[in-house]
Design a protein around this ligand. Structure first.
Ligand SMILES: Cc1ncc(COP(=O)(O)O)c(C=O)c1O
Length: 398
């Protein structure tokens, strides 16, 4: 199919729920993507954080190829070697104390499990979530998600038991806790909400409050996990261990996978049949996830994210001086450039120059590149951003 036809087909037949960038990506390697005409792009979108080990990582490709010749599907009611391998690897790198896992297929699903788990374990049914927090768009996860744009239409069928408090304000959390509160759910760094890093003391304070009031702390590491921020888990920056942790996105090197990790007694409160999913823990994704975790460890990608994150921030210093830039925030290779203007034209300007950025809302340009990105590629991406921002600044002036 030629490029024009691909665009026509997707525009005609795919649900119109995605903000489409006008390029057709057909191939990827490492931190690079190629369109149908073979034009090269530096991928700073990283599939919304999925492509952490890079596109078509050789270890992941090999694991998928070998596994799919042996066994692709195997329901979790049967035992399977790839699944067992993954569970061992995952729990080896998990925060201490998290010792049981529910395997699913996406970030929202990992949150759904966390919500049900909190209700089952505590016998309570209220939650505290954060203003600007994002946890997915299935009905349970959407109930925990703040953005009115996503919630408005569906409000009548959302779970009403979520109270939203300002991110970073411990006194507001404490005020919102009642004897019906089951859990507090929080992202260590709000991604979709605009790349807002937890203020110092906030996560530690949440941990304390949760312990004091016997409430579960659910940390959503769907976007921040597996080394993205320069630590295996972003919550490690603040030395906080959750009761329940949600992961997904990059976990299986690009294949769909989510997982909910919990303390043993919490996960064990769910009885047979109370929460299951057909594809969860299928061997193909498990093999890909094993290879992904191996690559993260063997290639020291967590350390690399920290160092390259610092380098990227340095490269962005020139951008920081531009009038239309309000603030640059982030940790590791999760970076947000907040602008004083609508960023649509800047995003398009980046695309035209060969870099695919991501965004959070209308005024934050977000970077979630693969952790295998090279310094030269970061330099080039920063230069492209600067040129696109300068062009916009010029356009506004004239
Ligand atoms: C923190 C967080 N939680 C949950 C989700 C939902 O994940 P998914 O889109 O895989 O359902 C996302 C997606 O961006 C996320 O960033």
């Amino acid at each position: 199919m030629d490029e024009q036809r691909i665009l026509e087909v997707e525009n005609s037949y795919l649900a119109k729920v995605y903000h489409k960038f006008p390029i057709c990506v057909c191939k990827g390697r490492g931190a690079l993507l190629y369109d149908a005409k073979g034009r090269e792009y530096i991928d700073c979108m990283g599939g919304y954080g999925v492509s952490l080990v890079g596109h078509c990582h050789p270890k992941v490709v090999k694991a998928i190829t070998e596994q799919c010749k042996r066994l692709i599907a195997c329901h979790s009611s049967l035992y399977n070697d790839a699944r067992a391998e993954l569970l061992e690897r995952l729990l080896k790198i998990a925060p201490k104390g998290l010792e049981r896992v529910f395997l699913s297929n996406s970030g929202a699903e990992s949150v759904e499990c966390a919500i049900k788990l909190a209700v089952k374990y505590t016998g309570r049914n209220e939650f505290i979530s954060m203003v600007r927090g994002y946890h997915g768009k299935t009905l349970g996860a959407l109930s925990a998600t703040w953005n009115p744009k996503y919630r408005k239409t569906f409000k009548p069928i959302l779970i009403p038991n979520f109270r939203f408090v300002p991110f970073g304000k411990l006194d507001k959390v404490e005020e919102a806790i009642s004897n019906r509160t089951a859990a507090v759910i929080v992202e260590p760094i709000q991604g979709e909400g605009g790349v807002h890093v937890s203020p110092e003391g906030f996560l530690q304070g949440l941990r304390k409050l949760c312990d004091e009031y016997d409430v579960l702390l659910i940390i959503d590491e769907v976007q921040t996990g597996f080394g993205r921020t320069g630590r295996m888990w972003a919550s490690e920056h603040w030395r906080v261990v959750p009761d329940v942790m949600c992961v997904a996105k990059s976990m299986a090197g690009g294949l769909p996978m989510g997982a909910t990790l919990a303390k043993g007694e919490i996960m064990d409160s769910l009885r047979v049949g109370e929460h299951t999913t057909t594809f969860g823990g299928n061997p193909l994704t498990c093999a890909a996830a094993c290879a992904t975790i191996d690559a993260i460890i063997e290639e020291r990608l967590v350390e690399r994210a920290r160092l390259l994150g610092e380098f990227f921030m340095k490269m962005l210093l020139k951008v920081q001086r531009l009038r239309i830039v309000r603030e640059i925030r982030g940790l590791g290779l999760m970076i947000g450039v907040e602008c004083r203007v609508d960023i649509h034209r800047v995003l398009m300007g980046c695309l035209e120059r060969g870099m695919i950025p991501l965004y959070s809302g209308r005024n934050v340009i977000r970077f979630l590149p693969p952790l295998v990105i090279g310094k030269d590629q970061i330099e080039k991406a920063a230069q492209i951003l600067e040129d696109a921002l300068k062009e916009e600044e010029q356009r506004i002036k004239s």
